[in-house]
Write a protein that binds this ligand. Structure first.
Ligand code: HEC
Ligand code: HEC
Length: 359
């Protein structure tokens, strides 16, 4: 029976031809079958099934690039730069304006506020765990935090500060000259500003949540409701099709059906199939980072669950998997509550870094 079902599913998947998502879709389809067979699972059965589910693995140490080790001097300098509004053209905005530690390292707004007070193009994402991604930004257009860091400084809507001017401004501050010299052999350069910012951001991590503790063998780390929520996450609700692996992101790009003009990944690749696709975000820290999605259109996690439950909003390029298997999900009131309880576990406790004394 299992084989026949699998064969049918695999055929559907290959007939509809969902390009790069085929593997994920197939994996999850297989999981779905396992799930259906075991509908009446007891909590103990759920536990052992979830522990042997290869898609959910505890989060390890953040990867550190060889050419930017976490030297104390570099990280401390990065923290200063992160909170220093002199990095912006009008000296009024720092990275922390939009990535505020007290707001889950986002800004609590649907989309960011531009320098002249208008609505920015996208939601300011949290930077929690952003060093675990293989690409950065909602559309993955930067390859690393080092590559990402200079973007917002130069962006006329965000900080509006030409980099060559910034280097000169910082050179005029004697203490910054000393601190850069202690951190890097070549002192104040654009690249070293980026390296320091990136290194500091690698401290902003949520891990070791009860979810991780459960996966690491503490079978009592989750309440019954949270456990049922995790079971839904990996089964009936299909979340782990994309929110999977370390950091709960497959680092792939999908269109989950949000109706907006934002072309997402298409702007990077120029391929029509990528219209509206966005990199799967991590869910670590998620309970601290409302509102949600790249347009900030969903205000709460309850709204996110309702969104997926209705199968999305039907963007014409909605990814195959959502259209095929999640439209709608049919979660009951109780199941929604359990899934929410599980998402709240992933929220963990983000470390709060505050503004240091600036040079
Ligand atoms: C005016 C608001 C604003 C400021 C100031 C700002 N950012 Fe951002 N940040 C954003 C927005 C909006 C995005 C998403 C842009 C996109 O994906 O197109 C973003 C994306 C990011 C990301 C990518 C996260 C991910 O999920 O991959 C990182 C990291 C980041 N910013 C760090 C910084 C740093 C470092 C600074 C200071 C040098 C900074 N930001 C300044 C609004 C801001
Ligand atoms: C087909 C892949 C896919 C599936 C399945 C999926 N997600 Fe997502 N998820 C994404 C992508 C891509 C985004 C970003 C979309 C955007 O911003 O336009 C996202 C965004 C989110 C966000 C908001 C993150 C933020 O920082 O704003 C949450 C929360 C979330 N998903 C939870 C879930 C839950 C819960 C499920 C299961 C019911 C689920 N996802 C199923 C790909 C997926």
């Amino acid at each position: 029976m299992k084989q026949v079902l699998m064969l049918i599913l695999l055929t559907i998947v290959s007939l509809i031809g969902c390009s790069s998502n085929t593997d994920e879709a197939t994996n999850s389809a297989v999981l779905r079958i396992k799930e259906e067979k075991a509908e009446e699972k007891s909590l103990d059965q759920m536990k052992s099934a979830l522990l042997s589910n290869g898609m959910l693995i505890p989060l390890g140490e953040i990867p550190i690039p060889d050419d930017n080790p976490m030297d104390k001097e570099v990280v401390e300098l990065g923290q200063m730069l992160f909170f220093d509004s002199r990095l912006s053209g009008n000296n009024e905005r720092s990275c922390a304006t939009c990535h505020d530690p007290e707001k889950g390292y986002g800004d609590g707004r649907a989309t960011f506020e531009t320098v002249d007070g208008g609505e920015g193009a996208r939601n300011s994402p949290t930077i929690i765990n952003s060093g675990y991604y293989t690409t950065n930004f909602w559309d993955g257009r930067a390859e690393s935090l080092e590559e990402q860091a200079l973007g917002p400084i130069e962006n006329p809507d965000e900080m509006d500060q030409p980099l060559n001017e910034l280097v000169n401004e910082l050179k005029a501050i004697k203490r910054y000259e000393e601190l850069f010299a202690a951190a890097f052999p070549d002192g104040i350069t654009e690249q070293n500003i980026a390296k320091a910012l990136a290194a500091f951001q690698r401290l902003i991590v949520v891990k070791d949540t009860p979810y991780d503790q459960f996966l690491n063998g503490d079978s009592n780390a989750l309440t019954d409701s949270e456990l049922r929520g995790m079971n839904l996450f990996a089964g009936k609700a299909f979340c782990s099709t994309c929110h999977q692996g370390e950091n709960l992101s497959d680092n792939n790009f999908y269109n989950i059906g949000i109706t907006t003009e934002d072309v997402g990944r298409f702007a990077v690749t120029g391929e029509e199939g990528d219209i509206g696709r966005i990199r799967t975000p991590s869910l670590y820290g998620i309970s601290h980072t409302a509102p949600y999605m790249r347009d900030g259109s969903l205000e709460t996690l309850e709204a996110v669950i309702d969104y997926y439950n209705r199968g999305g909003d039907g963007h014409p390029n909605t990814s195959f998997f959502i259209k095929q298997f999640m439209s709608p999900l049919g979660l009951t009131y109780e199941e929604k509550a359990d899934l929410l309880a599980f998402l709240n576990v992933l929220g963990g406790e983000p470390p709060i870094y505050s503004k240091p004394e600036l040079p």
